[in-house]
Design a protein around this ligand. Structure first.
Ligand code: SF4
Length: 377
């Protein structure tokens, strides 16, 4: 069964590191109208996960949230136990909005916190303080029993000790799931430009690695299982929608800049708001050939702690994984970067540290595209 991703491209303020398609102004009502029109093409599709992301979906007024949710419900056949996630940012939710989301069917809220240091939050241009972020998590937990908290490591001015404090605070708030991605300085963002004109105090690679392993250790001790390189969950709280991406399952993406994967075809929507509003949704559509599919599968599966399943690989592609990649596997196993599991192969902790180089040896041509796709704090 497919997943559904909906992109809401509005934010209260643009964070300095952000290169997602999001705007601080625009006609939200007209956007929801265009989005609903796009969704009409999928009438009757069966879905078992919904992820409303952005942008900041909770920056929409309540009546537009209601309109969108009802349209999704009227368009798709949604499995009764579907996971329905909504991204939220501190200062964009109150009890009324959370109650509305819950009543409309949302059952998982993902809160963008990023750091519990006011200095770091201010450096990256977040709109909230650490205290407001913690209060938001507490508030969300009153209405939802499945809550994710997003963090970013390797921020400007962040030290190993301030990062440890952030992870500690996150754990003390007891969310069900924690995502922790490293900051990527994307060309063209205000933070990137600041860094070019006067280098920011950003943790070096070694410190970044230490942060990652320290977080993994602290989270494991607190009962969070690392099921994907950057994602940690309590038992049974893995994000089912994101697992569809990592398992290369089908999903429908709607909204400006959204991506879809349907029956071996990748579609990318336009990033131009005027085009989108005029109903010219699609920017590009690519039919994947077998080698694209294999590459995508390997990249995604190696991000998961379960790694590559040899049986699944054989079933999906009719190929023997070990035989196809014998030389890479032998070399990386010897170097301690890949290890054998009961079902196949996975990256070791050392392999995770150099995952870009390891994966490049398997699938170099399309790797960079995917690095960008899967790093989305
Ligand atoms: S990082 Fe998130 S909250 Fe900040 S501008 Fe980008 S989409 Fe909006």
């Amino acid at each position: 069964m497919k997943g559904l991703y909906i992109h809401i491209p509005f934010c209260v303020k643009k964070c300095k590191y952000c290169d997602f398609i999001s705007f601080t102004a625009g006609d939200k009502e007209a956007y929801i109208t265009a989005l609903c029109r796009e969704l009409d093409a999928y009438k009757g599709e069966e879905i078992d996960t919904v992820f409303i992301g952005g942008g900041t979906p909770t920056s929409l007024p309540n009546e537009l949230i209601k309109r969108l949710f009802l349209h999704i419900r009227n368009t798709f056949t949604i499995k009764t136990d579907a996971e329905w996630s909504v991204e939220a940012n501190p200062k964009t939710v109150d009890g009324e909005k959370l109650m509305l989301l819950r009543d409309l069917g949302a059952n998982r809220i993902s809160v963008g916190v990023q750091s519990f240091s006011d200095n770091e939050l201010q450096k990256i241009g977040r709109v909230h303080t650490a205290k407001e972020a913690a209060e938001t998590i507490e508030l969300v937990k009153r209405y939802f029993d499945n809550v994710n908290l997003d963090l970013i490591s390797a921020l400007p001015e962040q030290s190993l000790s301030s990062f440890i404090t952030t992870v500690d605070t996150a754990i003390s708030l007891n969310p069900d799931h924690i995502s922790c991605y490293s900051l990527i300085l994307e060309e063209g963002t205000p933070l990137y430009n600041e860094h070019i004109s006067s280098p920011l105090n950003i943790p070096d690679e070694e410190t970044e690695r230490e942060m990652y392993f320290k977080a993994s250790e602290m989270l494991a001790k607190a009962g969070y299982n690392r099921y994907e390189i950057s994602n940690f969950a309590k038992f049974g709280r893995e994000c089912r929608h994101n697992l569809k991406y990592w398992h290369c399952d089908d999903y429908i993406g709607a909204g400006i800049a959204a991506h879809s994967l349907i029956n071996g075809v990748r579609r990318e929507n336009t990033t131009d708001m005027t085009e989108y509003m005029n109903g010219n949704y699609l920017k590009e559509s690519v039919t994947l050939d077998i080698s694209d599919k294999i590459s995508e599968y390997i990249i995604m599966a190696f991000r998961l702690t379960e790694g590559i399943s040899e049986t699944k690989f054989q079933r999906k592609f009719g190929l023997n994984f070990k035989k196809e990649y014998n030389s890479q596997l032998a070399r990386f196993e010897k170097l301690g970067l890949i290890e054998k599991t009961t079902i196949g192969y996975r990256l070791t902790d050392n392999g995770i540290s150099v995952s870009n180089s390891v994966l490049c040896e398997f699938v170099c041509p399309i790797y960079e595209y995917f690095v960008k796709m899967v790093n989305y704090p």
